[in-house]
Design a binder for this molecule. Structure first.
Ligand code: HC1
Length: 567
């Protein structure tokens, strides 16, 4: 037992931890900037310094282990003065001119620096910011970097390297000249960036943000010659209310649809519909591959960050990817063919917009293999900003239903938004198709939860299927190395972002495990409350095959819904 005292509060701890963690337990807030839960300790900003009785120098709380008998002051005069000086230096030497940029900054409404300034009690800035004139990195279709706003906290570097195992960021120069950059300053679009956008969630200043398409979409909504349809990804409905309510886990599907109609979209559809379709196409592929024993394990292919990852790092396994396009792309292809035919609209006049929790979806829409399916991709954050700027009172909106034809979906499609969901949805369908009998229990508990890697042996009518689920690219890499080392699997779900799509780089900025758990519960709740819970029972999917696609894996299905990725 460790007995210590922080700000006069006596604390008994039964395990080793940092002063910062101990203070959190005592409900004392110490300001931090370079610290982030789940990342290694960097200790660079020093804003978390505290006074330890008997020690001459102040100690960084994040990097100092608490010891028995320590008496700590977290907000003494000495501590507060140093924090203020350090904060001013950080801001001044890293070129942020918030007075000029604040109004247009991507973090204007949730600026971490403002919060810290308040925590520290900064009342005036005495130093003029130094301008280096670094240009904006516009080289990526997904993620934009504004180096002038960077404060070198290194969180993006650590997130990319430690969680995603990519490491595209690095530092250049020394001391106050230190900058975060990419290899040879080539820009995010010219290095091995997977476009996952996890760095955006870590950046405290808005130096990283998505490539905005909200203004172009608003313009197109005013173009009467265009028929603008929108699709919403599974994970958007359980996060879109967060910027309005500041709480996670609310289900806002009906309000989301109403808001999109109010913004002027001609039809509001659901990516969930094509998630059900993906299960039909990918499930058929799985059954065929299991029967033939060829190109196993089958890898899911709906996460574009994962696709980019395998292209860069494991191109020899590209044949293991399902040839099914992602639900986003399937939707675009169908909107401009099936929907256009059914409604008698010239496909040339149809504009397809997606609302996604994911920044990599912006890149996916631009991929040459399927360019033209989807025209514009908005993140959940961009949509929230459009709703706010249209004066819509989101939390008090009445609920609406998705438009039919491409808007009805099963609960299996809703759970695509969480890690393990695509696998569970596929098994609900594959098991019934293989056995020809109804599943007694459709929840696959072993595939649920937030662990980075889950493995399960699933038995279907005597057939043993070895399944695995990975979320976050660091975990994807671990599974790929297991395969290379000879471990055998039949079917693997890979999602680029921690937690799956609900933790995507386009979601509202605050995104810790507690928030992910709430979002995940909300998705399972939507599924549980639906009458329709299996993709193959969706009547609109049946209608689509009967009247247009014939059957899963048909020639026309392949033409519209499948692709091949090249290294
Ligand atoms: Fe996803 Fe998917 S689940 S990839 O995570 O297969 O982005 O939500 O839309 O396409 O359906 C994302 C989410 C999303 C696709 C579906």
């Amino acid at each position: 037992m460790l007995r210590t005292e922080i700000d006069g509060i006596k604390i008994d701890l039964d395990e080793k931890m940092s002063i910062l963690e101990a203070a959190k337990k005592a409900k004392i807030n110490i300001p931090t900037l370079c610290y982030e839960d789940g990342l290694s300790i960097y200790g660079g900003c020093r804003l978390c310094v505290v006074e330890v009785e008997g020690e001459e120098l102040l100690k960084p709380a994040c990097a100092t282990e608490i010891k028995a008998g320590m008496k700590i002051k977290t907000h003494s005069k000495k501590v507060r003065e140093l924090r203020k000086n350090l904060f001013e230096l950080i801001i001044a030497t890293h070129n942020i001119d918030c007075q000029l940029n604040c109004l247009t900054c991507s973090r204007a409404s949730n600026c971490e620096l403002k919060e810290i300034a308040e925590d520290i009690g900064v009342s005036k800035m005495r130093l003029e910011p130094i301008k280096r004139g670094d240009s904006v990195d516009n080289s990526s279709y997904a993620v934009i970097r504004e180096p002038e706003k960077c404060i070198s906290c290194n969180r993006c570097i650590r997130k990319c390297e430690e969680i995603q195992s990519i490491g595209i960021f690095t530092t250049a120069n020394r001391g106050p000249e230190t900058v975060v950059t990419t290899f040879k300053n080539r820009g995010l679009g010219n290095v091995e960036c997977t476009n996952c956008g996890q760095c955006i969630l870590s950046c405290p200043t808005g130096a990283l943000h998505e490539l905005y398409q909200k203004d172009i979409v608003l313009d197109i909504l005013n173009d009467e010659s265009k028929h603008v349809v929108v699709q919403t990804a599974p994970a958007v409905r359980i996060a879109i209310s967060e910027p309005f309510s500041n709480q996670a886990g609310d289900i806002a599907t009906g309000q989301l649809i109403t808001a999109l109609k109010r913004l002027g979209f001609d039809a509001v559809f659901d990516t969930n519909f094509t998630a059900d379709l993906t299960i039909m196409e990918e499930g058929t592929e799985l059954i065929e591959r299991i029967k033939s024993g060829h190109r196993l394990p089958l890898f899911t292919s709906c996460s574009p960050g994962w696709i980019k990852f395998i292209e860069h790092f494991y191109p020899e396994y590209l044949d293991n990817l399902s040839s099914a396009k992602s639900p986003q792309q399937m939707f675009g292809a169908l909107a401009k063919s099936y929907y256009a035919r059914e409604k008698g609209i010239d496909p040339e006049n149809i504009v397809v917009v997606s609302v996604m929790p994911c920044t990599a979806k912006k890149f996916e829409a631009k991929r040459e293999e399927m360019a033209g399916d989807v025209d514009y991709v908005l993140t959940t954050r961009e949509l929230a900003s459009m709703i706010k700027s249209a004066g819509i009172d989101f939390l008090n909106l009445e609920k609406s239903e998705y438009d039919e034809l491409l808007g009805v979906s099963s609960g299996a499609a809703d759970i695509f938004g969480t890690t393990g969901g695509v696998m569970e949805a596929a098994l609900r369908t594959a098991a019934e198709i293989i056995t020809g009998t109804e599943l007694k229990k459709i929840e696959f508990e072993k595939l649920r939860g937030l662990e980075g890697i889950k493995k399960a042996e699933i038995e279907i009518d005597g057939l043993k299927l070895k399944a695995a689920v990975a979320n976050g690219l660091g975990n994807a890499r671990k599974i790929m190395e297991m395969i290379k080392a000879g471990e055998e699997f039949d079917f693997i779900e890979f999602m680029a972002c921690p937690g799956g799509c609900m933790g995507g780089g386009g979601q509202p900025i605050s995104c810790d495990d507690n928030i992910l758990e709430k979002r995940q519960k909300a998705l399972y709740k939507i599924d549980k409350n639906k009458k329709l819970r299996k993709s193959h029972e969706n009547p609109y999917i049946k209608k689509l095959y009967d009247s247009y696609l014939e059957n899963p894996g048909s020639e026309i299905a392949h033409k519209l819904l499948h692709t091949k990725y090249k290294a």
